[in-house]
Design a protein around this ligand. Structure first.
Ligand code: SF4
Length: 408
């Protein structure tokens, strides 16, 4: 059960982080929907062959070494991107060793890496596993070649199958996740059903389903308008969401978070830290850290990040930013916690933010209970508010907007 994974909630300002996110910003090309902080390196270079990647690995190691350990070994590490599988096994090993030296790594630590089809071979993945990786998450996005082309992905369907073969042949990858995107331009319901059914046949332990968001600064932002053809209508994307829920839960996956499904025991422990609004270290370009109540996002541009990182190292790892105000922490806790199937623990919120705030939240949520989007549940002497699945999850924006209006 999810609650087995939850620790006793402490305010983020007090809790010592035991998670670290490392951002690896390199990609072969920029996908048309992506606004992440990435640096395009093209198809022909990766690992030690790329000067940009080698320099960045050194900068990350210096950033890690300059960061004070507050005293707890890491329980989760997540290499996200970008395309972290453009790192060589040797480079990944060096970063993991830096983390180990600086913070310690629990023997049970979950160490995840995002990988993209066609960017790694057997030897490399075997090297990652030897370095300590025990969870890989592959960005498949779609199983139809025409949709991969529409998205500007650097991989093709053949790459997906070859990469799956590689993952299967590395015997000791204990946990494997697939990402898919719904709501793509020209995507039909039949294609979506095919993608979900194919994912079920592949049988990973974890599946993430992201609904496409059109970001204004992307190529998609220039060419498409949400809800207008060739993008699917809101009704069709809602249908895709309901179908994913139906097919995946019938196949034995638990819908433990608004966009994530897992077999029992395979939830992503690292991402749970975010959703529980607990603290974590962050390293690399554009990465956010949340340590001792300070939420800080590093510069998103390469040169600015390098300048920031040199100053950070020279200043002995001090980040000059005020702690997140309590009001904001409450809103973040609600926004993130309601993403989880488990919902938010109102009894804990009452202890942390006061009974008056908790009452306000409950009153604000009551109309949505009548609508069938929210339920209140008493479990183990705590009261939880949670979004229903799938309808509450589908309309979470409406519920959150009402909470924000009421509480700010
Ligand atoms: S591979 Fe991922 S991070 Fe890189 S451009 Fe595409 S979506 Fe963005």
């Amino acid at each position: 059960m999810l609650s087995d994974l939850l620790q006793v909630f402490e305010p983020p300002i007090v809790e010592i982080p035991s998670s670290a996110y490392v951002h690896i910003p390199f990609c072969r090309r920029r996908c048309f929907y992506c606004d992440f902080p990435v640096k395009v390196v093209g198809n022909r270079t990766s690992g030690e062959k790329s000067r940009s990647i080698s320099d960045y690995v050194e900068a990350i190691k210096r950033e890690i070494a300059a960061t004070s350990s507050i005293g707890k070994p890491l329980e989760t590490v997540f290499f996200g991107g970008g395309t972290p599988s453009l790192l060589s096994a040797n480079q990944l090993t060096q970063i993991i060793e830096s983390l180990h030296r600086q913070f310690g790594l629990s023997s049970q630590a979950e160490i995840s890496i995002e990988i993209d089809p066609g960017t790694f071979d057997l030897e490399q993945l075997q090297g990652y596993v030897e370095a300590g990786i025990n969870r890989v998450s592959m960005g498949v996005q779609a199983f139809q070649q025409e949709l991969l082309v529409v998205c500007g992905r650097s991989h093709c369907v053949e790459d997906i199958w070859k990469s799956l073969e590689i993952i299967r042949s590395v015997k000791n990858v204990p946990s494997f996740s697939l990402d898919l995107i719904s709501g793509l331009p020209h995507q039909t319901l039949a294609q979506w059903q095919e993608s979900i059914a194919t994912a079920v046949k592949i049988a990973p332990n974890h599946i993430s389903i992201y609904d496409l968001t059109i970001e204004p600064v992307t190529a998609f932002g220039k060419y498409y308008q949400p809800g207008v053809s060739p993008l699917p209508t809101d009704e069709l994307t809602a249908q895709m969401y309901r179908q994913s829920q139906e097919i995946l839960t019938a196949a034995g996956y638990e819908h433990y978070e608004i966009s994530n499904y897992a077999r029992k025991g395979y939830q992503c422990r690292h991402n749970l830290v975010y959703w529980q609004n607990r603290p974590y270290y962050g390293f690399g370009m554009g990465a956010t850290s949340y340590v001792q109540g300070q939420r800080y996002t590093r510069p998103r541009k390469t040169s600015e990040y390098y300048n920031w990182a040199s100053e950070y190292v020279m200043a002995g790892g001090v980040i000059d930013c005020p702690p997140t105000p309590l009001e904001e922490t409450l809103l973040e806790t609600l926004m993130l916690g309601l993403r989880l199937k488990e919902g938010v623990n109102l009894s804990v919120l009452s202890q942390l933010f006061g009974a008056a705030k908790k009452d306000k939240i409950e009153q604000c949520l009551q109309p949505y209970q009548k609508q069938g989007w929210i339920e209140f549940v008493n479990e183990e002497s705590s009261k939880y508010a949670r979004l229903t699945d799938p309808e509450g999850f589908l309309f979470s924006n409406v519920v959150l907007a009402a909470l924000f209006e009421r509480l700010t």
